[in-house]
Structure formats: C-alpha cells, structure tokens
Write a protein that binds this ligand. Sequence first.
Ligand code: ZN
Length: 922
Amino acid sequence: MIKMTTKLSEKNILIDAMENELKKIIMRMGLASTVLLLTVGCVSEPLPKTMEGFPHRIEVPSPTARIATELNPTALPEGASAHLPAYDGDRFFVTLPVAQQNSVTAKQVLQDVVVPILKAIGFERGGDALLSPPEYGVKIPTANFNELAQDVALEYQKNKKLFRPKSQKIIDASLRKTDADSEVDRALQVGEGMTFSQLVAEIERQEIQFPFQQVVDGVPIEHTLILASRWEGQSVRSVRGVVYNKYTITNQNKKDSERSVEKAIKALLTVEGVDKVDTAVDGPHRVLLPYGTDPTGKTILRYSDRMILRTVFQKEDGKFLLWLDAETGKILKLEPLFDNAQAEGMEFLRDPSTGGTFKATFKVDPATGGQYVLQKQGLSNRVDYLGDGDPANDLAIPENSNGSTPYFANFAQAPINDAAEAICSSGNNKEFQQVNFLAALHFYSKHIFNLGIFMPFPKLGGTSSDSSDPWDPQIEVAGYCNAHSSMKFGACDGYFDAACPSVGQLNMAHDKTMIAHELGHTITPRLTLARPSDWCGVGTCAVPLGWFGLHDLADVWADYFESTNCTGGWVYKNQGGVDNSLNCLNHNEFGYLPRLHEVTVPFDPAQPGDHFPEKPIQSGLYGGFYGNAQTAAAALWHVRLGMRSKSRSFGAIQYGIRLTRALMNTGFTGTADASKHDGLYKSLYDLELEMVDQWTHSATPGVSPALQHKGPHTTNKVTAGFARAGLFLIPPQCLDGDKTTGAPRYCPTAKGGENGGDAVIDITDNDSADDIAFAGVVHPEEDYLELGGRAPTFHVWTGSRYRLDGANGDPTFNNPAPCNSVFRVEVSTDETFATGSTFTSHWMRVDTDPTTPSSPECYGTWTPTDAQWNSLQTNGALSFIYYRARTQNDTKTNRRLSTRPGRLWQVPPPYAVITTDGESEY
Ligand SMILES: [Zn+2]
C-alpha cells in the first residue's frame, strides 16, 4: 500500500492510489463475491519426528572491533528521552513529547528532530548523508475495526463461556448492529479507560513514517535507517535507527547489475540443496551491505545487489533473499524466505480434540462449470488433496443443490461436515480437512490484512503495485510427515494406523496451530525484510533485518490466531505415549513438537521454561532458533494474556494490531546475531522497545479528543510479559560488563557504565475460579477484583538477574545480580497517588544472589493487609485501584518507577476494577 512518489505535493494522488489499491485488494480477498459456510472440525493428523535442520544460510561476518561514540546528549531535541548508542553503528531510540500537528514535512522532521539527534550521537557526516523521504512521509497500513469486530464476535460464538452481561451489547455496537450508547461507553470507560469512539479511533489510527536512509552517492546502506514516526494529527513521537559515522567501502561499485541476476543464479546453484533456480522475483537493488568491521572498528561496506530468487530447494518451492557482491559476483548474505521441511517436522497446530466443530464463513471463487471448488483468487489456488496434482480427487460441490446457490457455496453439507469420519485415514471423510484448511487460511489472511500488513498479501518482495502471490496448498501428502511454509502439509504414520488417533503422529493440516505457524513464515518476513521494495517512497529502499534467528516468530502467530501457547498439541499428542503430549501436557523444549511457550512466576531455575537467558542455553544452538522463538513467544503470550485479562473483547486484537505495527518498526539495527546471547538480547530488546512505543502511544494527552484516553495504562502488561521471560528495557551496553560503554542518564560511563535495575509491576486477583478455560487453555483474569473478596497481590520485578559479559556475549550469574535490591508498592484509589488515598508498602528487599536457586532473584510480591484492602474498597463497585512500584539500589543512586518504562516514556498507572462478582462487565 505504499506508493512510490518522489514529490509529495501530490498527496491526494497518493491517497487515491492507495484507495484504488485497497479496492483491488478487497476484490482479491473476495469480499464482493461468494460466501461459504462450512463446518470446521478437527481432523487429526500426525507430525513427523524428523531431526531439525536449517536451510542453507550465509551470514555476514560479525564486527570484531568497535569505535566508541562521542555522545552529546544535551543536543537532543527539547524534552526528548533516549537510549543512545554505545558505539558507532549501534542502535538508538529516542522518544519525544507529542503535540497536535496536522501537517508535518520531511524537512521539518530533519531540522527539528533528526539533525539534533545526529548531533547528540556524534554523527559528523551531516544531513547530506541522508536521503529525504517523501515530503509528507509514508503512510503505514492501518487496521480495520469493523472487520476485526467480526472475528471478535466469532470468538464469542465459539466460546460461549466468554459472555458476560454486557458482552452482547458491546459486540452488537462493534458490528454496527446498534449504536454505541452511554451504557456501552460507560462499560468501556471502566474496562479500557476509553469510550467506544476512542476505542475505534485508536485501532484505526494512521501511522506515518519518515524513513531517512543513510546513502553514499545515492546508494543506501542496508539494514540502516533513521526512522521517525508520528500518528496522523500529531508531531513525531519516536525516532529509532542506526547510522555509520566511520566506514570503509572495500569493493567497486560495478554498474552491470543487469548481469547480476545471471551471476546470482549461477552462485545460488552451487548452494547445497538448491536443485533449480527460476528467476528473480524482486530486484536487483543496489545497496551497500555492512560486512563486519576492519581492525580499527570501521564498518566495512560492500556494494551488492539485493534480490529475491525463486528456487526449488530440496524438492520444495522456496524463495531466497540474497545479496550478491557487485564486484566479485559472490553471495555475501543469503536468507531463506521459507521454512525448511525437516525443521517443520517438529511443529504442530491446534487439534481436533479441542472444542469440536464450528461453522465458519469464508470465501471461494464463483462456481465454474456448475461447481464450487476450494480456491480463492489472490489467496490460494485449489487445495490439492494428496498433493498429487490431480484435480479429480479434490473437493468440488455443485452450485445448485444441497443448499448451494450461485451466490452461496454450502460446504457445510453432509457428508462433508462429518468430523468424526475425518480424524483418521480409516474414516470415510477426506473432504472435511480440505474445507477446514481453506477456511482457516482465509480467516488468518483476512485477519492479518485487517490488522494492517504491507499489501499485497500473500507476497514476499516485489513492489506495492504487484498482484499477490497465491499459495498452492497440498494436504495429506503421504510419506511426508511434515509441514512447510509453502503450505504443504503431510500425513504421518499414526494417521494411517489402525489404532489412529491413539498412536504416532497424525495429520499436519488437521492441527490449526500448524497452519497458523506456517502462515507466520510469510507474515513476519512481509512485515520486515520481504516488504515491498518501494516501501520507503523514494529510490532504492533499505530493508530491515528479519526474524529468521527467531524462526520468523511463527509460533507467536500460531498462539495469536489459535488462542493457545502450545504449538503442535494435536499432531504430536502421542509423543511418549497415548495422549501423553496432548495440548502440551508434556512437551519438547529442544525445537521439536509439541512446543509450549511458558515461563513460571516466580522464576524457578529448576524449571526455566522459556526464560531468558536460560532457555537459549538449554536449547543449544542447533535447536536455538526454535528456542529463541519460544522465549519471544512466551513473553508475547503473557502480553496477550494480560491484555485479554484487561479486556476480554478487544484485548487480543489490540495486542495483534500493536504487535503488527511494532514489527514493522523493528530491524533497522544494523546487525544482530541471534545465535549469540547478546545478539538475541538485542533483538528482543528491539521488539520490546517497539511494543512499548505502540502501547504508550495508544493515546496521547493534549491532542484530539478521540485519542485522549487512558489506554496506555496497560503498558505494564507488555513490560510484565517480558519481565516474566527475563527481559527488561535495559540498554544492552548497561549489562555488558564493560565500564567504557554506557548510556547517558541510564548507565553513564562516569558511574561505571553498568546498571541492570528496572521497575515492573503486575497484579493478580488471587482468584483462579474466575479464569476462563477453553479448548484446554487457561486465560487468567487478574484485573477485576471482587468487592468484599480477597485482596490482590502485586508482583514486582526489579531488573536483570544476569549480565551478558561472558565470553562471546554469554550470560553470567554472579552475586550480586545487577538488578535493584529493594522495591516498594504504592496502591491508591486516586490516580495521582494523593497521600490520603494511598497505601505504601515498606521498602522490601529482593534476593540478589543468583547462586541461591531456591529463592527467586530480583523479584518480590506484596499483598495489602485486610485493613488496607478494606479501605481501598471505599468507593464500592466499579471503582478503581491504581498501582505502581518503585525500586532502587542500596546506594539509592539508581531509582526506577514502573510508570516510566525504560526511562523513555511516562504512562498513566495501571488500575484494577472492583466489581460485585470480581469479573468484567463484558
Ligand atoms: Zn516453522
């Protein structure tokens, strides 16, 4: 949806073009054509038990030396807060006070924001080294509330237990069946801190980015950018990125890029596993690729041509993103844009054992020759049962009988809808799974489109004016106990066994967590390194780093779409015995299936789960990419749970939208090596910064009324989700054990350059009876307290229990841990914590000795006394209690406050709601 324009005086043309593109997309998604109803049941199929392996991948050399930056923090724009770079080429993140501003030009952003930041980080090449973005910036895809509301309604339909007294009313208003009246507004005001119109405005708001690319003679430096971001109607809120002050270019800028595709094909054919190379589907784009450092620490840059080539890799279709040396014709960097079959062997999706079947609405193409088949233009070619290329055995239904009409394809008819006959190969129904698959694929794709992704989708690379690249799904492929991101799904031995489904691994496409996981392999690259090549609006655009080192965060998408933190809980359910691993009752933590994404609170070193940095240590490098992904998935799962606890209706989609937007802003970090602990930390820190940036700015005080609300009070659900997984908004140079690297105002070198303190707080209602469990997964409700019931307990994390100062950036756990040593909790009936309305705990000490595993480090809890809890309930039902935590070290030189995350933002305090039954109103 980003059009390429150089002069932005044609703003309206841009908008028109975007609208046209949107219309095309809507047409492609088939919103104007047929509606199908179908019963989605679960079919079971086994997963393979292959060893995990990775596609061939070539990475640039890691930097071997660094040059310290000459920082001048006083040059920052007025009111700015920052995490400044530790060395030349390190990432920075700056937040700014926001004001109402309708028109913002690139020139203003450069002068008022970027140039002062460049001064602060000691960049001497000046504004000329940057290529200006389009005059009014680049509009980022927006979310669609109306469409997402349909998915919320469906979720309630599927899980009737979700309904609360006012749920139906709020859903009806969301679907525009009724107007949002004062009752709806009041309920939302209580639960979300905002009215209905504010809720919609926040979800659909327009983000506008100003990408300033660092260029050398017009050639951009890859993975490098200064990205300033603002919301429509407001001034710039945050700026992040990387620039290189000191670099050396070590090859020639040879201008024969027409031959570079030819050379790339030749080079790629020498890569093991590549059977065939078709052609370039994107590029070549001439860029300067950072390629390690010279001995003095200057970044080496090499001219290279970036392109995406379509290949056959180990007999499967797959695309590679590669950078070809412009002088030597060698591949400098190679990144697969698909998921290796063997690797997928260990992954599974949601299963038939949970929740029976439901009727789903999706789209197929109009009937041809009097028949409907399972295909949707722009999204998916016909679902190929058995993967045999033979349409004769693929499902087709007549358009004029059994409930179908020329406008309605009724795949919910007997016997197709008989799930019981679909679970095993011995059953009579091989058609249910075909319908189930396309319905799921359609649902996920439509949902991600409505969250706001770079269009067209599905597609990797290309330009924003291309058409999409529909999948060619194959399901129940025999002899292929695996799943692949090209949408090839196999059936394993257990599916064909007489004892099915109580033996072996089953049918991959029956487990929807597997389908969603494979889709995740397209979603995350599309949001990051395989975005449209013209996304930045001017010339050749640098792309960010992707998330290959965290397995494309594929499990995160499976968790999101299927409301579970277990991947492969059906297809691998018989691991270790009949139903032994069903829904991750038992699970594999080394990259196999099923995979649980979980951490315990408090942290228990004997059972670290997916906690950082213990999980990556435990999972080893070979399974590391899956293990890294599990750490991210566990943190994000807790963010999602927290949001859902706050708002059962909208919490999950708020999480989804903000995650999507945050991912688009990640990866402009120069380099990152997730196979090392410090590199993985940097990636996760990058993600948390961008997530918190989305949460804190879900509202902005002082600007348009639609965005003046209390939404950012849920920011602690992000910081607490990450803290549970061992992650904090602490600049990496504050944990590296190096006194010469620091961050001003955070861990200044003058004070030793180290500081692992933080202040993160969350609440529990001490009532598990009101938690929602559906389909075998518990979604705890913690943020509604029962009037006259139990007092809540507050969890507080005081920072990091590890440093990343070991050899090779490895973690160490020395006594004392770098976290703050004491904390105190403040709870109040008043948002400003006025003295008379506030109860404050004593300063409480946390264990800071990581060598005593029996007591959790850097963590503590506090529960108000009965008398305090009584007083806090003074205002009765539907009143709030606000909470925050302070922490400090023994010398009181490092004080932190939970409402000042990362020392970058100021947010309203989180609150819990007191209700008569301790549950939400909707
Ligand atoms: Zn995968």
